[in-house]
Design a binder for this molecule. Structure first.
Ligand code: AMP
Ligand code: MG
Length: 490
């Protein structure tokens, strides 16, 4: 194999922000899955690797030449309480590569053993959560939502001790970077403001605001205010994306919010079925802090924590202005996307109210969020029955549909093209929770990756309705959803 062309700026430029640390050696690395298209995007020469060597490389047994494995330091607010020291307790960034599109990407291992940040943890990961992160990340990517992605999942041949003994695995994760809000908090909490500034400069160079070395980069403090604004814009956009596919992250702690604007750290995440803003699946989120409907407000709260770390670099007014603007940034992004889902091309003043009343209708009747949107597209294309079949009280639906039809009548374009456009922004397949569990159980308990592969195939083509895949679009039985709980899997 040609060596991976690492160029490890974080390790090189930010000494003192991490601990250099080797991965553990595992007894019996076995390649579960390799993400070949992502490998190609990264310019990795995977065709030259046999499965055995791939497993050794991506288990951490034979770190690739040029890797400089590091455990990054970070802190974080977890469920509102501040933990000054978290850090990569079971993950290592191997290094960075420039992908085929010219973007710098981190390649990291997760589940690669204890590090100086492990606290009480064993540093390991189990097959189930590793494959969950693989599946959900690929689903999000296919939905067009910024996300970290899995490059490989390797079984370790070890048993990890959880509520019950489970087979172990290592995930190789690719990310635009692993800079988190919590990374800034780690140094700010120690009063190391010079390090916060260096991190901010690094973030600007790596993620924008686009002008890193250009003549247009404003001098401080505007430069740092521009960084804060860029992060707020990315998060507003990301949150709108999440909300419009019914994604519930489940653990939106500040250490799980990426500066790059990617979805990161798939733990107890899940997709909503019947529309209800109070939906929570995570077993540890007993107060519902990270419920579906709270997510935009939590993102703003997290951004305020980020802004606090930058206060020595900008004026308080600058920080306040960005944080105060977040709700309208989010609403604007949300409105653009929900218009697309409604099939509306020309903005009109009543669109937000029309959309919100639709959601209220779904809420009142607990209609499946994903199917409702998709069947609305069918209606727009001239087939109303699949939509009406989702509602118990079709009277209320028809009241809303009359308004909708009136609104659509003001739009240019044919019904067919509108329906097509709507189907491109509302998936038919999401990773249904019961399907995800089925795939993970088969893989973890029976070493059977068949259900995983079938589900991966479906959710990586989320907009393409396939007649023989109806059981992948169907919601879980109500009784299953009512009891469904997700776990951190740590
Ligand atoms: P998470 O909830 O996965 O975002 O992780 C929160 C913190 O706990 C991070 O510092 C992780 O590195 C750490 N952590 C999670 N699981 C483990 C584990 N099994 N061993 C060591 N550290 C862990
Ligand atoms: Mg995390």
């Amino acid at each position: 194999m040609k060596p991976i062309r690492f160029d490890n700026t974080y390790a090189r430029e930010l000494e003192g922000f991490y601990a250099p640390w080797p991965p553990d050696t595992v007894p019996a690395p076995l390649l579960l899955r390799l993400n070949v298209s992502l490998a190609e995007e990264l310019g990795l020469d995977v065709g030259a690797l046999d499965a055995g060597r791939t497993a050794r490389v991506f288990s951490g047994n034979e770190p690739p030449a040029g890797a400089t494995p590091i455990a990054q330091a970070y802190a974080g607010h977890q469920f509102g309480g501040f933990s000054p020291q978290l850090g990569d307790g079971r993950a290592l960034v191997l290094g960075e590569v420039i992908d085929r599109h010219g973007h710098r990407r981190d390649i990291a291992l997760k589940g690669s053993g204890r590090t100086p940040f492990s606290r009480g943890g064993d540093g390991k990961a189990a097959v189930g959560p590793v494959l969950r992160e693989y599946l959900i990340g690929e689903a999000m990517h296919a939905l067009g939502i910024p996300t970290t992605r899995a490059l490989a999942a390797v079984g370790t041949g070890e048993i990890v001790a959880r509520e019950r003994p489970l087979p172990g695995a290592v995930l190789t994760r690719v990310a635009a970077s692993h800079l988190r809000v919590g990374t800034f908090q780690f140094f700010a909490a120690r009063g190391e403001h010079d390090k916060v500034r260096r991190l901010a400069d690094y973030a600007i160079a790596r993620h924008g605001p686009h002008l890193a070395d250009g003549p247009d980069l404003p001098p401080p403090p505007d430069r740092y205010a521009a960084l804060l604004r860029a992060v707020a814009e990315r998060q507003a956009s990301l949150l709108a994306d999440w909300m419009l596919v019914g994604f519930i992250h489940g653990v939106m702690n500040t250490d799980n919010m990426s500066i790059s604007g990617e979805t990161i750290d798939y733990g107890p995440c899940a997709f909503m079925e019947g529309y209800d803003p109070q939906t929570v699946f995570s077993s540890i989120d007993t107060g519902g802090r990270y419920a579906y409907g709270n997510q935009p407000a939590i993102a703003q709260w997290n951004l305020a924590r980020f802004a606090e770390t930058l206060l020595p670099l900008m004026t308080k007014d600058q920080a306040m202005e960005v944080i105060a603007a977040f709700p309208s940034l989010y609403e604007d992004r949300w409105l653009v996307s929900i218009r697309a889902k409604l099939g509306l091309a020309i903005p009109e003043a009543g669109d937000a109210a029309l959309a919100k009343d639709w959601l209220t209708l779904l809420h009142t009747q607990q209609v499946d969020f994903t199917l409702a949107w998709r069947r609305l597209a069918d209606l727009a294309g001239g087939q109303p029955e699949p939509l009406t079949a989702l509602f118990e009280d079709t009277g209320a639906l028809h009241v809303w549909l009359d308004r909708y039809q009136h609104r659509v009548d003001a739009e240019p374009g044919s019904a067919v093209t509108r329906a097509e456009r709507m189907r491109r922004s509302s998936p038919i397949y999401i990773p249904r929770n019961h399907r995800v569990e089925e795939a993970l159980t088969a893989a973890s308990d029976h070493s059977d990756l068949g259900p995983f592969d079938r589900l991966l195939d479906v959710i990586t083509h989320p907009f393409e309705e396939r007649p023989d895949h109806e059981d992948y679009s169907a919601p879980a039985p109500l009784a299953v959803t009512a009891c469904y709980q997700t776990f951190c899997g740590t």
